[in-house]
Design a protein around this ligand. Structure first.
Ligand code: FAD
Length: 158
């Protein structure tokens, strides 16, 4: 049964990856994820981050104050710019509950998603509404569930 959490909140945003980060994207995504997993775990925030076509998109879930405080830190980070919140509201349950922060740079392995996006003109989150961006993040979470579970186990033993 899904655990009921009072004041559970979800925020979804996208942003433009800064040029310096784009040139070393895999290493940057790993280092963002490592910090995010530790900090989020301490405050009960969970979520998923993806990077593709020059954009980040991320979902954050948890207590409203914790999500807003985390996002205000993220929004000031110079590794990306122009963060645009496309969804923020109370929710009855988590979608990314197992992961303090899962992360993925979309690659050839994600062709099923990339194809869907290409039909809409590529990964331009500005053309997606909040529901479509959440649905994209959720699909990535479903397809890579086993991989994200392993990422989460590794962090538990650091
Ligand atoms: P410090 O580590 O003290 O750094 C101060 C500032 O320097 C930060 O605000 C940041 O703007 C900048 N900074 C830090 N490291 C680098 C670097 N390697 N290169 C360039 N600038 C840097 N943090 C979370 O806690 N949870 C998340 O879910 C999360 N998701 C993120 C998603 C994205 C797309 C990005 C870019 C960052 C994310 N972060 C996340 C990291 C977050 O922005 C902060 O860097 C981190 O939380 C540490 O916060 P701090 O105030 O202790 O900053």
């Amino acid at each position: 049964m899904t655990k009921f959490e009072p004041k559970l909140f979800r925020l979804v945003y996208f942003s433009k990856i800064s040029p310096a980060v784009r040139s070393r994207l895999p290493a940057n995504v790993r280092s963002i994820q490592t910090v995010a997993q530790h900090r989020n775990r301490a405050v009960g925030v969970t979520g998923l981050l993806i990077a593709a076509d020059g954009f980040f998109a991320q979902a954050l879930e948890g207590d409203q104050n914790a999500v807003e405080e985390t996002f205000s830190r993220i929004a000031k980070d110079l590794r990306h710019s122009l963060p645009a919140v496309v969804m923020q509201h109370s929710v009855p349950s988590r979608i990314f509950g197992g992961w303090s922060m899962s992360a993925r740079q979309l690659s050839a392995e994600d062709s099923y998603i990339i194809q869907r996006l290409e039909e809409r003109g590529g990964f331009n989150p500005a053309l997606l509404n909040g529901e479509s961006l959440l649905s994209l993040l959720s699909s990535v979470g479903t397809v890579h569930r086993a991989r994200f579970d392993r990422q989460q186990k590794r962090v538990a033993y650091i």
